[in-house]
Design a protein around this ligand. Structure first.
Ligand SMILES: Cc1cc2nc3c(=O)[nH]c(=O)nc-3n(C[C@H](O)[C@H](O)[C@H](O)COP(=O)(O)O)c2cc1C
Length: 196
């Protein structure tokens, strides 16, 4: 038997990556917020989109400084993710609140977060805004770095070791999850049969 659900329950059936977005305002106040509405825009481009409600310090900071860092946390950082999800006033330093260390970024002034798996330093490419509601921020990754502790010998992420955090939504809360391999590894070439 199939059950019909409200269309706004899409994420109850779609696992989403959880990232921590670090930014700073013009005065240097540091901010961190978890985001799960995150989508790279097509392999092999260097763009990545995030969806943000308008009432976010993260969005204000991205608009004023034109930059941000997408930090990829492991499942060990769930408590810190939840601390950073609280709606603190904009001058509260979420690095201090969550006891997270800052790591100097290479290409942007926004600080990165120590202890993450990987870091995507981004500049604001453009925004697609639904006035009064939300913004889709398109970032250009200008520097990508990974902790080699989480790499397999072939240079790919060892996701079972790294345990990058993802989330599934439920009726009254969120189920934090991690990816598990199916045993399949398929070459990209398998998708192409002479054309594309
Ligand atoms: C797992 C998780 C994922 C979230 N994803 C988003 C998201 O994609 N977009 C968004 O606008 N808010 C999202 N939020 C809510 C923000 O993280 C939260 O409102 C935070 O306080 C915003 O902080 P800021 O005002 O400092 O930017 C998420 C929260 C959690 C716990």
């Amino acid at each position: 038997m199939n059950i019909i659900l409200s269309p706004n329950k899409r994420e109850h059936f779609l696992p989403m990556p959880v990232v921590l977005i670090s930014t700073a305002d013009k005065e240097g106040n540091r901010n961190i917020a978890p985001y799960a509405n995150v989508m790279p825009i097509l392999r092999p481009l260097d763009l990545i989109a995030i969806a943000s409600w308008l009432k976010r310090d993260t969005l204000d900071n991205i608009r004023s400084t034109k930059e941000f860092v997408i930090n990829v946390p492991s499942a060990d950082l769930v408590d810190e993710v939840m601390i950073c999800s609280r709606n603190y006033p904009d001058d509260v330093d979420e690095f201090a609140e969550a006891n997270l260390g800052a790591k100097a970024s290479q290409k942007v002034t926004a600080p990165s977060i120590e202890g993450c798996i990987a870091w995507m330093e981004c500049t604001l490419d453009r925004e697609v805004v639904e006035e009064g509601k939300y913004s889709i921020i398109i970032g250009k990754v200008v520097h990508l770095e990974v902790d080699d502790e989480y790499l397999a010998e072939n240079g790919d992420m060892d996701f079972e070791k790294a345990r990058p955090l993802s989330v599934m939504l439920g009726e009254t809360g969120m189920y934090y999850t991690v990816p598990a391999g199916t045993g399949d590894y398929r070459e990209y070439a398998e998708m192409f049969t002479g054309g594309n």
